[in-house]
Design a protein around this ligand. Structure first.
Ligand SMILES: [Fe+2]
Length: 281
């Protein structure tokens, strides 16, 4: 039985409930009526306690020990451009001040789980739904759901890169506007094998960029070095045809040659998806 874990619930009760209700309701709305502003929440930064800041600092320190070697230079450049605080949970508003002039992306606090269409509606507006709670110390090594470490440390540095930034928005637009189960499943696989678990070749070496790998101390060496991992060259159709498995280390990963490759493949796919969606409408 799961023991009682003590979370620091920093979000105000009423604001949280209103935002979650709006997010849940978005599941039944037509795409053009989904308004992400209704389900964003503020980040009451002063409510983080000493344990929260310590967990952030410990996670960042542990990951930086190897990421300089393991991570994509695009990710590392993004991290430097954002000036992420290494000692304390970052203020999302500080991150957004930096992002605004770089790519126009913004991180926006959300109360928790968003229905898929609500999530895509945010991406289509260059807004990244960001969990603002942080894992308790007892779960420092593994938390199944996202927290601010996974979302801000793991995802957001890539949003500082103009090419990745365009890819992610185009992804959001395509995923928002298709209602074809075939494309919905394929786009979920694409997200998994790129945004969450993607690898990229830089200067002849395979590096990490997916947030699930960036934020995981255990899976990174496995992804890069294990002979049990099938590292395949990125190919849009092949990625979209590959089912993924959760809850254990990934046996199949896809390696990009560049983020331009991903952006261009996404542009082609989005054109097809959006054409089909407009014919169906
Ligand atoms: Fe993620």
């Amino acid at each position: 039985m799961r023991k009682d874990i003590r979370y620091n619930v920093i979000i105000d009760g009423d604001e949280f409930r209103r935002a979650q209700a709006a997010a849940d309701a978005a599941a039944d709305l037509p795409e053009d009526q989904i308004d992400p502003e209704a389900f964003y929440v503020s980040q009451p930064w002063e409510r983080y306690n000493a344990e929260n800041h310590e967990v952030w600092a410990t996670l960042v320190r542990r990951r930086l020990e190897t990421l300089e070697e393991e991570a994509s230079e695009v990710f590392l450049t993004g991290m430097r451009l954002l000036g992420l605080d290494k000692d304390r949970v970052p203020r999302v508003s500080d991150v957004n001040d930096r992002l605004r002039s770089l790519t126009g992306w913004q991180s926006r606090g959300v109360p928790g789980y968003l229905p898929a269409k609500a999530f895509f509606a945010c991406l289509a507006k260059r807004q990244f739904p960001t969990t603002i709670t942080i894992r308790p110390k007892e779960l420092i090594d593994y938390l199944p759901e996202p927290d601010i470490f996974h979302d801000v440390f793991g995802h957001v540095p890539l949003h500082a890169d103009p090419v990745f930034a365009d890819f992610l928005q185009t992804y959001g637009r395509a995923a928002l506007h298709t209602n074809d189960p075939y494309h919905i499943e394929r786009l979920a696989r694409l997200f998994w094998f790129t945004v969450e678990f993607g690898l990229i070749r830089e200067h002849g070496r395979v590096k990490l960029y997916g947030s699930g790998l960036i934020s995981s101390i255990g899976e990174s060496p496995h992804a890069l070095l294990s002979p049990d991992v099938d590292r395949r060259p990125f190919d849009m159709d092949r990625v979209c045809d590959t089912p993924f498995e959760i809850d254990h280390y990934q046996p199949i990963l896809y390696v990009l040659e560049s983020f331009e490759q991903l952006r261009d493949a996404m542009n082609d796919y989005a054109e097809r998806v959006l054409d089909e969606a407009s014919v169906a409408a």
